[in-house]
Design a protein around this ligand. Structure first.
Ligand code: SF4
Length: 437
């Protein structure tokens, strides 16, 4: 999109969010006031960020540093100190799920195991029905072997996700992944036969030169190798990543909107025809396996550099700089660099945003979660339904295929304009003053 178009779209979304959430919500992340401590929390989830990578993929927007063995011990001590800091601040909350991402968690599994032990000591790690809390982890094809599998079982991991991206050498090369398809194939087959509650495969679409048939061939291969969940996502182009430069160097063009829609439709159709149901705007699963998901939790605390936390009264973000994060947590201060408090019914609107992401909106919960804005939300949902983007089923509003496609585009826009603004500026200084999104 050209600059005037982007500017107009930004103006439009500013007007919408002001109308929906209200003028009292300030969209500014600022340094927390002196002496700020997080509020007490009864029930939440936990995200652990492991920031090490051996190889930097040019499209990747996540917080990471080159892997060095000597960094793992100081990182682990800082993560343990941060678990203690959160436990002292919010109390011995019930943690219903843990998500371990990165970076590359499989490069530091001993460290992850130690942090999980501390989480178990300081919090109540249990599901709502008394079953064990879900522990999900991202794995990297090159690191998966019998020993990795055993360690994951030992630490109680139930759901694993493998970053396959594609089984086709040309596509892997186009996005700068450094392994051959056979490595991902072996890793996926091993995970699938290793008695995890669920195995997810990440598959990318809308890659340069990729066809819809390429994408569905990747889905078919993942399923053949035993994946029971599939997460499909397009190549995001965060301006601060090197992907733009990388793609220009390779003299390739990104697929246009028409191509992207064709890929999205092909993925949906293929999944429906092969017994997979859509469980989020990007994700599909088969059968009764527990759902693998990283982001749709109603609240979470984040451990690690750049990790975010969703608290009852707002969002907070840790320092992105590894050294600053380690120094702050090891001195017992916590590493929260920025905070955006919620005003009005912002917490409820945020809940509704993630229910859209789930592609199912439970209509009975609107009054409870959106309070005085519930009628406004009902009005908007009616518009969505009349436009053919959603249909009622069993007391829920379910997104249609076109609704899910447009939502995925909106999320791409959201990522580019909000997450990108926040992450770009947050990584320019260890303790930024303020960031307006
Ligand atoms: S995509 Fe994954 S492996 Fe690649 S640089 Fe990003 S975090 Fe590291």
């Amino acid at each position: 999109m050209n600059s005037p178009g982007r500017w107009l779209l930004r103006l439009f979304t500013h007007a919408i969010r002001r109308y929906l959430v209200g003028a009292e919500q300030r969209w500014v992340f600022e340094q927390p006031p002196q002496g700020w401590v997080p509020p007490r929390v009864e029930r939440t989830s936990l995200y652990l960020h492991v920031p090490f990578c051996r190889h930097f993929c040019p499209y990747c927007p996540y917080t990471k540093v080159p892997y060095r063995e000597s960094l793992v011990e100081p990182y682990t001590r800082a993560a343990l100190a941060e678990v203690d800091w959160w436990a002292n601040a919010i109390g011995p909350a019930k943690i219903t799920s843990v998500y371990i991402g990165g970076g590359t968690p499989t490069l530091a599994l001993d460290s992850v195991a130690r942090v999980l032990r501390r989480v178990r000591e300081r919090f109540r790690l249990t599901g709502d029905d008394g079953s064990p809390a879900d522990i999900c982890i991202e794995t990297n094809p090159a690191d998966v072997n019998e020993e990795t599998v055993q360690r994951l079982h030992d630490m109680g991991v139930a759901l694993v996700s493998l970053g396959v991206e594609s089984f086709q050498p040309g596509n892997l090369a186009a996005i700068g992944r450094d392994y051959q398809p056979i490595v991902a194939e072996r890793a996926l087959a091993l995970l699938a036969e290793s008695n995890f509650a669920s195995v997810n495969a990440d598959i990318m679409f809308a890659l340069p030169h990729q066809t819809a048939a390429d994408v569905t061939a990747d889905l078919a291969r993942a399923v053949q190798l035993g994946a029971d969940q599939l997460t499909t996502y397009p190549l995001f182009t965060f301006p601060y990543t090197t992907v733009g430069q990388y793609l220009r160097l390779a003299a390739v063009r990104m697929p246009n909107l028409h191509m992207r829609q064709a890929h999205y439709r092909a993925i949906n159709r293929w999944c429906m025809e092969h017994g997979y149901e859509r469980v989020s705007v990007w994700g599909f699963k088969r059968g009764a396996v527990p759902r693998y998901s990283s982001v749709t939790r109603d609240g979470y605390i984040g451990i690690g550099p750049g990790a975010g936390s969703h608290l009852p009264d707002g969002f907070v973000l840790n320092s992105f700089d590894l050294d600053s994060w380690m120094s702050a947590t090891c001195h017992g201060r916590g590493a929260v660099a920025l905070r955006m408090p919620f005003a009005g019914e912002m917490s409820g609107w945020w809940w509704l945003y993630w229910r859209f992401y789930d592609t199912r909106i439970p209509l009975d919960n609107l009054a409870m979660t959106l309070g005085s804005d519930a009628d406004k939300a009902r009005g908007w949902l009616k518009v969505v339904e009349r436009a053919g983007f959603a249909a009622r089923r069993d007391g829920q509003l379910e997104l249609t295929e076109s609704g899910a496609f447009w939502l995925h585009l909106a999320q791409n826009y959201f990522a580019l304009n909000y997450v990108n603004t926040l992450w770009t500026q947050a990584r320019q200084a260890p303790w930024p003053q303020a960031i307006t999104i």
